[in-house]
Design a protein. Structure first.
Length: 289
């Protein structure tokens, strides 16, 4: 199992200077990998990312949330195709950087919708994901769909809804990505969704209810980590947190960061690394009981 951290913990920009900041912070905090947010996949040099990570003995994953102009679930074929083209480039960047996972809201726009997803929109997204999954499989990249709350998508808000959508996609290289922040809003508990997802769970985000320091909110991490142990989960576990003290004002607005719960990236990251590893170790000891 690899323990990682989202790049936005350290910086809001990912040019060479921003990458240097994020990679150094990831290494200093003791993580194994950096999750790179691909806000513009066409602006990312995957080969450069790989060289910089190799210099620090780290690996990477990547994530993104589509916007309205690239909504894979749009009934407008041109919009859905634009999203597919963007994700094709994202897959290529991950492969160039030596990564094995592309995750996030890669099946719809990451936004508040005014109505449920239509059958035609779901079908458009599923068809595009099938094609993307072929491309990703050929590149050695796994796709994982992040289950997010009702204010960020109208397609999948719970693990069970995610499993139903996976059936619509019908490809064995498309899996689920659970995030404790979103689960705390939408799920009835933190254990059952993990058990339901089972071997279709390939990526995990760890975030507190207020997206601040882990252990200071209302997320039941104990049940969640026991769930991971029960299913034998061995994929990435990545800490995610945001503050407008670090990321840009425009991105903070998109993410709804109206108040800052931290301003020290290094302290926050080091605490999260210890918290996650301690919880994983505590669950391991249950086998001794």
């Amino acid at each position: 199992m690899q323990i990682g951290v989202h790049g936005l913990v350290f910086t809001g920009t990912f040019d060479e200077s921003g990458l240097r900041t994020a990679i150094a912070g990831t290494k200093e905090a003791g993580f194994d990998l950096l999750e790179l947010p691909l806000m513009d996949p066409f602006a990312v040099d995957g080969a450069l990312v790989r060289r910089m990570l190799d210099d620090h003995g780290l690996t990477m994953t990547a994530s993104l949330g589509l916007d309205a102009a690239h909504d894979l679930s749009s009934e407008d074929p041109a919009t859905s195709r634009a999203g597919e083209t963007l994700l094709e480039r994202a897959v290529d960047v991950v492969a160039e950087a030596g990564g094995r996972h592309l995750c996030g809201v890669i099946y719809s726009a990451m936004q508040k919708y005014a109505a449920p997803a239509t059958p035609a929109g779901r079908a458009a997204s599923a068809a595009a994901l099938r094609r993307l999954a072929d491309r990703a499989a050929a590149a050695g990249v796994t796709l994982s769909l992040e289950v997010v709350n009702r204010y960020e998508t109208n397609v999948i808000n719970t693990a069970r809804a995610g499993l139903r959508f996976l059936e619509e996609v019908g490809h064995d290289n498309v899996h689920l990505h659970l995030d404790t922040y979103h689960m705390n809003i939408e799920e009835s508990g933190m254990l059952e969704p993990v058990l339901d997802a089972g071997d279709r769970l390939r990526y995990v985000h760890i975030g507190e209810s207020h997206r601040g320091y882990l252990g200071t909110g209302s997320v039941d991490f104990g049940s969640f980590f026991r769930g991971l142990a029960r299913i034998g989960y061995d994929g990435p576990v990545v800490f995610e947190s945001f503050s407008s003290a670090v990321v840009s004002a425009s991105l903070s607005n998109t993410l709804g960061i109206w108040r800052n719960l931290w301003d020290d990236s290094a302290g926050l990251a080091a605490h999260a690394n210890r918290f996650i590893r301690d919880r994983l170790r505590a669950v391991e000891t249950i086998a001794l009981h």
